[in-house]
Design a binder for this molecule. Structure first.
Ligand code: PEP
Length: 252
């Protein structure tokens, strides 16, 4: 049975002490909850990962990174390798976020290399896909998502693909306060699961966790997560407030 997952993408937010407070608050609240077949993942800025991992050892959440460079080591000034993250017990890493595609020009081909590099070290990619507003308005959203999956993921073997979590994040919904409707989310999630089934078979598709991301919050999470093919969320802004993030986790 596929896992339900709520992952918090903190982006470039919080000072170290604020991050410590937020992690402690979330860990304390999760201690009081019974999570069945559910994973909570916190993806703080890289600087805070060691601290987060220390807390996670005794808590009910996993630690994720927001980025890697696809090499084990070398002359890549400023970058972080999956080997370094693995040593800090990182289990997930966000890949292909629209902000990285836009501001850092990350192509589907480069993201494929990142996916391979993570899997080589047993770190699960949370692979983001999703269309821009003009692409949706032009009716191209299915084609855009299909191309992203085909060019960055569908080279994987079925066994390797089993490590991947997919996050559908329509770019027009990220940080805008405009959430995809329940119907829009379900329609795309169902489509993604169908693509996975065609490529890897029904069993792999059934076992793939597909998260929704884009202005998901404490108010709308319950309805979004109730959709058949929505297995949780990748949460940006609302993951920075412990109470709201926990409300989202409770909506699973
Ligand atoms: C994100 O950046 O992955 C995201 C979903 O952001 P937000 O929840 O703020 O829209």
């Amino acid at each position: 049975m596929r896992k339900k997952i709520v992952a918090g993408n903190w982006k470039m937010n919080k000072t170290f002490s604020e991050a410590e407070d937020l992690i402690t608050e979330i860990a304390d609240a999760l201690d009081e909850m019974e999570l069945v077949n559910t994973e909570v993942v916190l993806c703080p800025p890289t600087l805070y990962i060691e601290m987060a991992s220390d807390v996670a050892e005794e808590a009910n959440f996993k630690v994720g990174a927001q980025n890697i460079y696809p090499a084990d080591a070398g002359a890549f000034t400023g970058e972080i390798s999956p080997v370094m993250l693995k040593e800090l017990k990182v289990e997930y890493c966000i890949i292909g976020h629209s902000e990285r595609r836009k501001y850092f020009n990350e192509s589907n081909e480069f993201l494929m290399a990142k996916v391979d590099s993570l899997l080589k070290h047993g770190i699960r990619p949370i692979f983001c896909c999703g269309e821009l507003l003009p692409e949706r308005e032009a009716g191209q959203h299915f084609a855009v998502v299909k191309k992203q999956l085909e060019e960055s993921l569908f080279h994987l073997t079925a066994a390797a693909f089993g490590m991947v979590v997919i996050a559908y994040e329509p770019v027009w919904a990220i940080g805008t306060g405009v959430t995809a409707s329940n119907e829009q989310a379900q329609e795309m999630h169902g489509y993604i699961r169908q693509l996975v089934a065609e490529k890897y078979g029904a069993k792999t598709a059934e076992n793939t966790s597909i998260l929704y991301g884009g202005s998901c919050n404490g108010k709308n999470a319950m309805e979004l997560f109730a959709q058949t093919d929505v297995d949780g969320g990748l949460i940006g802004g609302a993951s920075l407030k412990a109470e709201e993030f926990i409300q989202i986790v409770s909506s699973l």
